[in-house]
Design a protein around this ligand. Structure first.
Ligand code: FES
Length: 112
């Protein structure tokens, strides 16, 4: 089973975490199932950027982002070449290393 390694993140997961994933699950679903509350303001419908994560390792194993996701990502703060919307990125067979950007958190909490 692939693993998702979450890098330490002050608000969500101070010590980091290693999560068990099933192929085909989204990064967001795996995180939520394990109590890591990545924001998902649009309820996973690819209409916001709050679930933005950066996939530091294993990026190429994910399903490719579609045009809609790329359009949304263009609006994300701190976009990186390995940025994805975690509700759209599906785990394949490779382990992933995932960074939850802090500015995502700040932006989301300001909006509430
Ligand atoms: S939850 Fe809105 S795009 Fe992922």
């Amino acid at each position: 089973m692939p693993k998702i390694i979450i890098l330490p993140n002050e608000e969500h997961c101070p010590d980091g975490a290693v999560l068990e994933a099933q192929s085909g699950e989204t990064i967001l679903d795996v995180a939520l199932r394990n109590g890591i509350e990545i924001e998902h303001a649009c309820e996973k419908s690819c209409a916001c950027t709050t679930c933005h994560v950066v996939v530091r390792e294993g990026f190429d194993s994910l399903n490719e982002s579609d045009e809609l996701e790329d359009d949304m990502l263009d609006k994300a703060w701190g976009l990186e070449p390995e940025s994805r919307l975690s509700c759209q990125a599906r785990v394949a067979d490779d382990d992933l290393v995932v960074d939850i950007p802090r500015y995502t958190v700040n932006l989301a909490s300001e909006a509430h």
